[in-house]
Design a protein around this ligand. Structure first.
Ligand SMILES: NC(=O)c1ccc[n+]([C@@H]2O[C@H](COP(=O)([O-])OP(=O)(O)OC[C@H]3O[C@@H](n4cnc5c(N)ncnc54)[C@H](OP(=O)(O)O)[C@@H]3O)[C@@H](O)[C@H]2O)c1
Length: 299
């Protein structure tokens, strides 16, 4: 089974590459500069280069705040770029697994969002991702769209790494406590993607194509995540800060964020028998790996 993953330097793509062997899947990863999703020709050439069995589109414009000032760049990558990948998949008669976000919702629901709940993005990034979902679904019938949230990993920029950096600079941090969601560890999400890809390749006729939610089990606030990060940091002898909960209003950002980012993952469990581990397990592993690499750097 040969899987093409686009967006090679991203958190999810690296998680997929790291875990592929355990799933018996050969992964070829592609990314900029040679494969740029905004360039239809480069996408078509990459997808047709080898006999791939499926494609994961993990490439995205993920700078949520910056997207407010350059929405057309976000749209070029997250909407039109995603369509380029989906069209290339359809042309080669292979399925696409495309990654989307909790930010397609406005956050006003008082319980976790289900896949068929009303969408209504409140920022430019969310609008570009929602348009991407629609373009992917229209372009390639054999699609799985996985909406995830609050992704972190030992790689790239993310909330865990930001908190650890802040703790090295100051004794206390204020963290937003009135946005609810489920932190998702990229290697855990990668395992779900690999399991879905394997099933899509092995049993295309029996495949329940469509939209799914996939986030770490359990829920918390950014404040709750920060507390867990620093608890783990102390265990590993890394700098930790005191955390206080602040409100979204006290921490203004260019992009509005949904107050409720919780995603109900029942459909993923029922259709694929898959569930991601508890979000705390992901944070613990992430901090442990970062502590180990910090130790290696100091050694
Ligand atoms: N991060 C989150 O908290 C979060 C939350 C919800 C959903 N998601 C979704 O989950 C997926 C994976 O996210 P992630 O956290 O792994 O993202 P990430 O770490 O920001 O990586 C995104 C990757 O996309 C690549 N990329 C950007 N523009 C591209 C283009 N025009 N052509 C080809 N590649 C391009 C980037 O390449 P370069 O290295 O060249 O810049 C980067 O390697 C995305 O669909 C994202 O929208 C993420």
């Amino acid at each position: 089974m040969k899987l093409l993953v686009i967006g090679r330097n991203g958190q999810l793509a690296r998680g997929i590459v790291e875990n592929a062997d355990r799933f018996g899947v050969q992964v070829i990863s592609a990314g900029r500069p040679d494969t740029d999703v905004t360039d239809r020709n480069s996408v078509e050439a990459t997808v047709a280069r080898e006999q791939f069995d499926a494609v994961v589109n993990a490439a995205a414009y993920t700078a949520v705040d910056k997207a407010e000032s350059e929405p057309s760049v976000a749209q070029a990558v997250n909407a039109i770029g995603a369509e380029h990948v989906a069209r290339a998949c359809a042309a080669n008669s292979i399925p696409i697994i495309h990654i989307s976000t909790d930010y397609v919702f406005d956050g006003s629901k008082d319980s976790p969002y289900r896949e068929d709940d009303q969408t209504g993005p409140i920022n430019a990034y969310g609008r570009s991702k929602l348009e991407g979902e629609q373009r992917v679904a229209d372009a390639c019938a054999r699609h799985v769209i996985l909406r995830t949230a609050w992704v972190h990993s030992p790689w790239g920029g993310n909330f865990v790494k930001t908190m650890l950096r802040l703790a090295a600079e100051r004794p206390a941090v204020g963290v937003v406590g009135d946005q609810q969601g489920s932190p998702t560890y990229a290697p855990h999400l990668a395992e779900a993607v690999l399991a879905i890809a394997r099933r899509a390749i092995a049993d295309p006729a029996g495949m329940p194509w469509g939209i799914y939610h996939a986030v770490g089990m359990g829920e918390t606030s950014w404040f709750g995540v920060a507390r867990e990060i620093f608890r783990c940091a102390r265990e590993h002898g890394l700098p930790a800060a005191e955390v206080t909960a602040i409100t979204t209003a006290e921490y203004p950002t260019p992009a509005r964020r949904p107050a409720n980012s919780r995603l109900n993952c029942d459909r993923l469990r029922q259709s694929f028998g898959l569930g991601l581990p508890d979000w705390r397990v992901g944070v613990q592993d992430c901090v442990a790996r970062l502590a180990q690499s910090a130790g290696n750097r100091l050694a």
